[in-house]
Design a protein around this ligand. Structure first.
Ligand SMILES: NC(=O)c1ccc[n+]([C@@H]2O[C@H](COP(=O)([O-])OP(=O)(O)OC[C@H]3O[C@@H](n4cnc5c(N)ncnc54)[C@H](O)[C@@H]3O)[C@@H](O)[C@H]2O)c1
Length: 314
């Protein structure tokens, strides 16, 4: 890490120590790992989900070979964390939960394509509830887990930045467009600070050729969320993606508020022999990482009609 990045990281963690932050979707893939990192930075966690939340530092996020010392540390961490089962449908419960908190990381919801009625209820109305509860409770900032799928219909030869119009690759992406619009409304109209993070493909390592462009490492995800939690900027949108050699998205908006990704999908072991995205990919040989032909959508298989049609239930 450069000296500048290191001192920025130090001051960010200074600002976070002792701050009280709610995490919605705390039992999910990102929530479990992010909470452990935030706890290590001294954040006081209020962790909530529609399902039971495993204590910070335990469950899916814990190393299989954890020692007794690590268990004791996890026990202490768990004792310092408030965990509550709350559905984002419940505005009153969210408002009560947010009282006295400095910020909310809103990760909870449906995290892939689904029937639009469900997406509208959980992701759109649910995000409205989170923002409105934050306003009522006097919380300073909401960080919204948006998605790259909000622009997944741009083709793979286009570098997308946050000022370009949304082109969602499905109804899930539409729900994130609405979420970002709600964030902007709450900032412009009610003075609530909102930072929307368009998350790439979060995970330990890139899993297919599309993720050579979209991968977000766990460590870079923590950097993105810490930047969003600590920036002085009032309202912003940025892509949270690792510093992938073949990235599709302009990183300037994130850099402007202190997000400096360090990892690169192309440098991960096995990157040269990753499989194509799964069998639901469009038949055209022009898939996102296809070797020839016109560029396909960045969403790859997610942008195919079937990905949405197969998930409609009503
Ligand atoms: N993982 C990624 O690569 C990725 C990429 C882009 C965006 N995102 C976004 O980041 C957020 C977290 O992603 P994730 O991978 O951890 O998803 P996840 O599906 O693992 O976790 C989502 C959590 O939300 C909870 N949830 C669902 N409905 C709820 C409700 N009605 N009330 C309260 N909680 C509810 C679920 O129980 C789950 O624990 C999501 O908003 C997702 O859309 C993730």
């Amino acid at each position: 890490m450069s000296d500048v990045a290191e001192s920025a990281a130090v001051s960010a963690s200074d600002r976070l120590r002792g701050a009280r932050w709610v995490v919605t979707g705390a039992a999910g893939q990102i929530g479990v790992h992010l909470r452990a990192a935030l706890h290590d930075l001294g954040v006081v966690l209020v962790s909530t989900d529609v399902v039971e939340v495993p204590p910070v530092g335990s469950g899916a996020g814990a190393d299989a070979d954890a020692t007794a010392d690590a268990d004791a540390t996890a026990d202490a961490a768990a004792a310092a964390e408030q965990r509550e089962v709350v559905d984002v449908a419940d505005l009153e419960a969210l408002t009560a939960l947010f009282a006295g908190c400095d910020g909310v990381l809103h990760l909870g919801g449906i995290s892939d394509e689904a029937d639009f009625h469900d997406l509208a209820t959980v992701n759109v109305v649910g995000t409205y509830h989170v923002l409105e509860a934050a306003r009522r409770a006097g919380v300073g900032r909401v960080v919204f887990a948006s998605s790259n799928r909000l622009t997944g219909s741009y083709d793979t030869e286009t570098t997308v930045d946050v000022d370009m119009p949304p082109r969602p690759d499905g109804f899930y992406g539409v729900s994130k467009v609405a979420g970002e619009a709600l964030c902007r409304l709450y900032s412009d109209k009610f003075g609530l600070s909102t930072i929307a993070i368009r998350i790439g493909s979060y995970g330990d390592a890139p899993e297919d050729t599309r993720q050579l462009h979209t991968w977000l490492s766990r460590a870079d995800a923590v950097r993105a969320f810490v930047a969003a939690m600590t920036t002085d900027v009032h309202v912003a949108v940025f892509y949270a993606v690792s510093a992938n050699r073949d990235g599709w998205w302009d990183l300037a908006a994130g850099e402007a508020l202190g997000f400096s990704p360090q990892d690169d999908a192309s440098a991960v072991a096995g990157a040269a022999s990753l499989p194509e995205p799964d069998g639901t990919a469009p038949a055209a040989p022009s898939g996102p990482a296809g070797p020839a032909g016109p560029a396909g959508p960045q969403g790859g298989p997610y942008a195919s009609p079937e990905w949405s049609l197969d998930r409609m239930t009503r």
